[in-house]
Design a protein around this ligand. Structure first.
Ligand SMILES: *[C@@H]1O[C@H](CO)[C@@H](O)[C@H](O)[C@H]1NC(C)=O
Ligand SMILES: *[C@@H]1O[C@H](CO)[C@@H](O)[C@H](O)[C@H]1NC(C)=O
Ligand SMILES: *[C@@H]1O[C@H](CO)[C@@H](O)[C@H](O)[C@H]1NC(C)=O
Ligand SMILES: [Ca+2]
Length: 420
């Protein structure tokens, strides 16, 4: 008996010594990264809500890219199998996509959206990150692989009120893009899922489970004390559904802010000849109103003033293309897919991509806090105006609107995404 006890306690002591050594080594590495930087370091959990057009896909690649770059720049080999993440000086945060919800819009078929994202996942291995949050710093270990983000399918291919919703397919311009959207993965030369043996795919939450599962994810963020940022780059149907079923005011605590691409405030949008509203808001104006109201004061709005086609004009696109093709881009890289998207259209680098840069490079933009009203009535559905709400901000919709951005810097950052 005493012998067994002795052995037991010895193994406990051995473990303590081992862990103690590990902790000391880790602390030394952390210290060598710079104490201040570690404290500034933060992980931003992001939920992307998307209709998966080419610009949506580029925006997602951009977020994956940011994380990959952060990891490469700062990871240190530790004990051959462990990595410590130290904060960089410029980009003192990482971004993790914790979920992607899908809605119809630019992409009319949700099955196609799922297929494209899973093929992208297998092709680039882009969603497979290893991380574990450790107080203020981030600590990577291969044994603690982060769970793959889930893909959440919208409840209904129509908007919140089907009889009042619209579809991108109503745009006369859409016919030209329909085929491209439908066969996006093939055009990008991303192999089909059938070409992989035993693939581990991004899990899919079916439409009946959308609200329940998304609320579950959000509740988990509250428990982790890491409220999520939502990047909403399609019609706002999904988010409106969450608002309508917001038990215990979960969304207030679980969502820090919502970054929306949508609307055309007091401006004419030549791309929507139907009524002049921007398409994301036009397709489901009821949802847009519900979401803007529910997230009043916590919305960062990128309307067509900044997130427009001319963010990258023809000359800019050619310039970026020339730069991108000066490298030998290997298949299976994020850059390979990015280049394919740029070859499809310069629009792939505008709208939602400009909006996604708010998450990685917020200093590019100038904002104005304004009050707005939005119509959900035919024939003005989706049209949004600035209104004067001095003294009664409580009752009105307050948004932080992007009114200007540093285009030259933006183009430079875009170019950087293509550098290998
Ligand atoms: C990163 O550091 C800057 C100051 O250098 C600070 O203003 C910013 O809030 C930090 N960001 C995060 C996410 O910690
Ligand atoms: C997928 O596999 C098929 C059959 O092996 C092959 O012909 C095809 O080229 C592959 N596609 C891609 C994009 O790799
Ligand atoms: C595109 O924008 C650049 C500035 O970024 C400008 O110099 C150029 O003339 C513009 N080209 C076109 C075709 O509008
Ligand atoms: Ca979109």
């Amino acid at each position: 008996m005493p012998k067994v006890k002795n052995e037991l306690s010895r193994s406990v002591i051995e473990q303590m010594v081992l862990y103690g050594w590990l902790i000391i080594t880790m602390m030394m590495i952390v210290a060598s990264c710079g104490f201040n930087n570690i404290h500034a370091s933060r992980n931003i959990p992001v939920i992307v809500d998307s209709d998966l057009g080419t610009d949506d896909l580029f925006a997602i690649l951009h977020l994956l890219h940011h994380d990959e770059k952060q990891l490469e720049k700062t990871k240190m080999k530790f004990n051959d199998e462990k990595y410590i993440h130290c904060a960089g000086t410029n980009n003192n945060f990482t971004i993790s996509i914790i979920g992607i919800s899908l809605v119809t819009g630019m992409q009319l078929s949700l099955e196609t959206s799922v297929d494209i994202l899973q093929r992208l996942q297998l092709f680039t291995n882009g969603f497979k990150h290893m991380k574990m949050s450790m107080t203020n710093s981030i600590y990577y270990t291969p044994s603690q692989e982060m769970k793959l983000p889930k893909l959440y399918i919208s409840m209904d291919p129509h908007g919140l009120i089907p009889s009042q919703s619209h579809s991108f397919a109503e745009g006369t311009w859409y016919a030209k893009w329909k085929d491209r959207e439908l066969h996006m993965a093939d055009i990008l030369e991303i192999p089909p899922i059938a070409n992989y043996s035993h693939p581990v795919l991004l899990p899919v939450v079916n439409s009946q489970e959308y609200v329940k599962e998304m609320m579950h994810l959000l509740k988990n963020q509250i428990d982790l004390n890491q409220p999520a940022t939502v990047l909403a780059i399609g019609p706002l149907t999904n988010l409106a559904r969450l608002v309508l079923s917001n038990h215990n005011n979960l969304l207030e605590k679980a969502i820090e802010k919502i970054v929306i691409m949508g609307g055309a405030i007091d401006m004419i949008d030549p791309s929507n000849a139907i009524n002049g509203a921007e398409w994301n808001f036009f397709c489901d104006s009821t949802a847009a109103e519900i979401v803007l109201r529910a997230f009043s004061g916590r919305t960062v709005l990128f309307d067509l003033k900044v997130a427009n086609l001319d963010a990258v004009n023809e000359t800019n696109a050619q310039d970026i293309y020339k730069y991108a093709t000066s490298f030998t881009i290997p298949k299976h890289s994020l850059q390979f897919v990015q280049l394919g998207l740029l070859e499809m259209s310069r629009a792939s680098l505008t709208y939602d991509v400009v909006t996604s840069f708010y998450l990685t490079h917020p200093h590019l933009f100038t904002f104005q806090k304004i009050c707005v009203s939005i119509s959900s009535q035919t024939p003005t559905q989706g049209i949004i105006h600035e209104i004067d709400c001095t003294g009664k901000e409580q009752q009105d919709i307050v948004v932080n609107r992007a009114v200007a951005f540093n285009k030259i810097q933006y183009l430079e950052y875009l170019k950087e995404l293509f550098r290998l």
